[in-house]
Design a protein around this ligand. Structure first.
Ligand SMILES: Nc1ncnc2c1ncn2[C@@H]1O[C@H](COP(=O)(O)OP(=O)(O)OP(=O)(O)O)[C@@H](O)[C@H]1O
Ligand SMILES: [Mg+2]
Length: 391
């Protein structure tokens, strides 16, 4: 039987020795290398292609989180188990979002460590098998995570997420849509699919793998695959890393993973933002709405999330906007200004049929279509207007 090949990355030689000694008892595990810092870990991962890296967070030079991120990008076949100490929750969260598959908190037992190594190996093996099945050649497409964010209620995050999911699917993309608003998410309602389990139930699963998550997806006729919020209760507190795990898993299945978030900050939102390639910040065109939008933009900048930010002003009435003035005040370009279409929106929601299908001819549907083009990189807003004007 092939052994699970492990690399130990820790700057303390004593810790490495101790781990090696404990793993020596396991017949199915072999330690193939040791690294004293993040850079060495990266080099050895490339050289030795281990199955699993046991990675300390605090190391001189390139730390464990940065090394994990690089490994998950360059060598996704290698799984990373993060080793951290109590009180490093913040780092732990970042490590999971950077692509770590599991973690151990010191002090841990030999059994816990061995279990984590086997679990990650098993998970990676299955993921590779699934990817190979899907592409037929062993290489999977890594989807883009698009997070809809905004800390004011009712600004239109859900409306945007649902309609853009449909529009991207109509452009031939494989799209999944996840509802991280556990307490009051209504993505499924927008699609008239408000039955079945979702993120809340996934949170109670003892361990997650891509097949488990696959089993929770609902299929909409448009091709959009939906992971609904599920039945929330007080016990449904998502454990750290759940969001990252869900998104990582969906990223290998679909080209776009759209994530709807609640109007307040929670661990799921944070993990989504950490994983985001694109962050759509939605705000409303009135004074409190604009004030909140500015706060949200500042928050995203301060936190240093790496996703590209798209600022969207929604529910804009007949009065229109002074675009240049607003952009100056916000310190950000507006990617889209979406008109208010109250009746059409209400009708679409009540029917459980997204507006871009239910009311195609509306200005809002057209503006959303143009934004979908920008998001998917297939159309610049200028290109869109040029086309419209030529008609
Ligand atoms: N451009 C628009 N024109 C008119 N109504 C809109 C528009 N966008 C959204 N709405 C309506 O505003 C309400 C809130 O929208 P939505 O649920 O998408 O917002 P949200 O930010 O997700 O809110 P929540 O805080 O409840 O999650 C809904 O009734 C929706 O139909
Ligand atoms: Mg919502």
């Amino acid at each position: 039987m092939a052994k699970i090949r492990v690399l130990i990355a820790d700057d303390a030689p004593r810790t490495r020795e101790e781990i090696k000694r404990l793993l020596a008892f396991e017949e199915d595990i072999v330690v193939v290398g040791e690294a004293g810092d993040g850079e060495e870990a990266l080099r050895l991962v490339e050289e030795l292609a281990p199955d699993v890296v046991l990675m300390d967070i605090n190391m001189p030079g390139l730390d464990g989180i940065a090394a994990t991120e690089a490994i998950s990008e360059r060598s996704p076949q290698t799984g990373v188990v993060i080793i951290s100490i109590q009180g490093e929750q913040e780092y732990l969260r970042r490590a999971m979002a950077a692509g770590a598959s599991d973690y151990l908190i010191k002090p841990f037992t030999a059994q816990e460590m061995v279990d984590a190594v086997r679990r990650v190996w098993e998970k990676n093996r299955r993921r590779q098998a699934m990817t190979a099945v899907r592409t037929g050649e062993g290489k999977g497409e890594v989807g883009r995570v698009v997070v809809f964010f905004g800390s004011k209620g009712g600004v239109g995050r859900t409306t945007l997420a649902c309609n853009l999911a449909v529009l991207l699917a109509r452009r031939g993309k494989r799209v999944s849509l996840v509802d991280f608003d556990l307490a009051s998410g209504d993505v499924a309602l927008f699609f008239n699919l408000d039955k079945g389990q979702g993120v809340a139930e996934l949170a109670l699963e003892p361990s997650l793998n891509p097949e488990t998550i696959e089993g929770y997806l609902l299929n909409h006729v448009t091709g959009v695959r939906i992971l609904r919020a599920g039945g929330f209760s007080e016990e449904t507190l998502p454990r750290l890393g759940l969001g990252a795990e869900i998104l990582t898993s969906l990223k290998v299945k679909t080209q776009y993973v759209l994530v709807d978030t609640p109007p307040f900050f929670c661990s799921l939102t944070e993990e989504a933002l950490l994983a985001a390639d694109e962050i759509v910040v939605v705000g409303r065109n009135d004074l409190p709405g604009l004030k909140q939008l500015k706060t949200d933009l500042n928050f995203l900048r301060e936190k240093g999330y790496t996703g590209r930010i798209w600022t969207v002003l929604n529910q804009v009435g007949e009065e229109g906007v002074d675009r240049a003035g607003l952009e100056k005040a916000l310190g950000a370009k507006l990617a889209a200004v979406l008109p208010a279409e109250w009746r059409a929106c209400r009708q679409a929601v009540n029917k459980g049929n997204p507006l871009v299908l239910e009311a195609k001819g509306t200005r809002l549907a057209q503006a959303l279509e143009s934004f979908a083009g920008q998001l998917s990189g297939e159309e610049t807003s200028r290109g869109f207007w040029r086309k419209v004007l030529r008609r």
